[in-house]
Write a protein that binds this ligand. Structure first.
Ligand SMILES: [Zn+2]
Length: 478
């Protein structure tokens, strides 16, 4: 047998053909120097003796050292060249190198139009832009050649993509042969479009529209903590909150809801790549709070859609329930209240909403500013006339909103001032006063909805419309 260095055999002395003891066995285990005759016998007779084992270990060690030497001389330079080759010619991102192709349906919906568009390629990375940054800064970490990055950036600026925006999605694709780092860099320009940058063989660009669909949703929810949580738990896009307010703000004070309050809604939504991107019309809403049930139906008779109650009363032209979005009622309208500053029984002609200094105060209805003034008791206050019957007044303001002066027209919900504690006040709050025919009344006890004003034929249309939506609402369960 030949010792070719690959087959694991004991090395032999090429001259003698004998096993080749390269190292002198250590003294204590070596046979007596004068006992030459016993040595062959010893080896033939018992291969498993300690001496033989040791000898074989030693020759094995020697073989390993020789192999190591050979490896050091030939193998290491080869490996170094190979590594250099990988680094300089392929330039793969170490992060990407470790990533297997992502499954196309790893996340239902997300980027599905892109996955179809680049279905010949492997998706190797996908994420969200963490902060606003330029394309060169973002692409730097993927080790693209500088010239490629420069070209991509040039094309991007032609497309008005100057900065990658935080929160937008990005995807990276590579060809299935794994030849290079990245072949495509995809950036989500907005809710409806992706920008696809080709990197190899030459830099190019294409816009890809997401697949858009519209649908009507029927949902319900029960409040356990607050309205926002209930919306979130029901899987409803939070933009619906604004629509709920515009439908019901006259009757439901959304900022003082209680556990157990519940709602049902029918609304349209727009999806792009199966993700909700826009809330369309809120067609109908049911809300149960304070042991009362409210309905609002969107009705469009002459090109001006508006909400009407189940009795056909308009919502929008009425009054908001509260002049503050975030505040709590600390004192109700009370004709026998003990005044907190004067310490005598004095009627309280308003409703106090406590809130942080500087909280926005809104006009509860359309109207005209009658006064924006100061008295020692009221502090800075604004009074708004809404019609011949109603006025509202807002006391103890820190300051008025810009432009709020007598004669100014204000819209329902418009900012008129900020919560403060001017005048006789023990802390920051707004004392909200509701005037009806020149007298102050409790706005929480007023039924201020306006009467039905539909012509007979319109009313018939409304009733048919309401009944069909009411039937739909009744099919929704909690
Ligand atoms: Zn008050």
């Amino acid at each position: 047998m030949e010792n070719n260095g690959k087959i694991k055999i004991k090395p032999r002395n090429p001259l003698t053909g004998m096993d080749e003891p390269a190292f002198v066995p250590p003294q204590e285990t070596a046979p007596p120097a004068n006992d030459d005759n016993r040595r062959p016998l010893f080896r033939i007779k018992s291969k498993n003796t300690g001496y033989d084992k040791l000898l074989s270990q030693l020759t094995e060690s020697e073989r390993r050292i020789r192999n190591l030497r050979r490896w050091l001389i030939f193998g290491v330079p080869t490996l170094v060249l190979l590594v250099l080759g990988l680094v300089f010619f392929l330039k793969p991102s170490p992060a990407l190198e470790a990533l297997p192709a992502l499954s196309a349906d790893a996340e239902p919906g997300g980027g599905s139009s892109i996955l179809r568009f680049l279905n010949e390629y492997n998706l190797v990375d996908k994420g969200v832009i963490s902060q606003d940054q330029t394309i060169p800064v973002f692409l730097e970490k993927f080790r693209l050649p500088a010239e490629k990055i420069r070209q991509i950036n040039e094309i991007a600026s032609q497309q008005s993509i100057i900065q990658l925006k935080a929160g937008q999605e990005y995807l990276l694709f590579r060809n299935k042969k794994n030849e290079r780092g990245i072949d495509f860099f995809v950036y989500e320009i907005d809710a409806y479009r992706y920008g696809v940058f080709q990197i190899y063989p030459q830099v190019g660009f294409q816009l890809v529209e997401k697949e858009v669909e519209e649908r009507t949703k029927r949902v319900s929810g029960i409040i356990k903590t607050n309205l926002f949580d209930a919306i979130y738990e029901s899987g409803i896009h939070p933009d619906i909150l604004e629509k709920m307010e515009s439908a019901l703000a006259w009757s439901v004070d959304f900022y003082h809801l209680k556990t157990g309050d519940k709602f049902k809604m029918i609304y349209d939504e727009k999806l792009a790549d199966k993700k909700t991107v826009e809330i369309g019309q809120l067609k109908a809403i049911y809300f149960s709070t304070n042991d009362r049930e409210y309905y609002a139906f969107l009705f469009d008779e002459n090109g001006q859609p508006a909400y009407f109650s189940d009795h056909g009363k308009p919502m929008k032209t009425s009054f908001l329930k509260s002049p503050l979005k975030y505040g709590r009622i600390t004192s109700h309208f009370n004709l026998e209240r003990l005044h907190p500053v004067d310490d005598v029984v004095k009627p309280h002609f308003g409703t106090d909403y406590a809130a942080e200094e500087g909280t926005e105060i809104h006009s509860v209805a359309d109207g005209t500013v009658e006064a924006a003034s100061f008295t020692t008791g009221n502090g800075n206050f604004v009074k708004v006339r809404h019609d011949n019957t109603y006025q509202t007044q807002y006391l103890h303001m820190q300051k008025f909103a810009p432009g709020v002066t007598p004669g100014k027209k204000v819209k329902q919900g418009e900012l008129i001032g900020y919560v403060g504690q001017t005048g006789k006040a023990t802390g920051p709050h707004v004392c909200f006063r509701f005037w009806k025919n020149g007298n102050q009344v409790d706005h929480l006890k007023e039924d201020i909805a306006l009467p039905v004003r539909f012509p007979k034929e319109t009313l018939q249309h409304f009733i048919a419309h309401r009944d069909s939506l009411m039937t739909e609402l009744n099919t929704i369960s909690f």
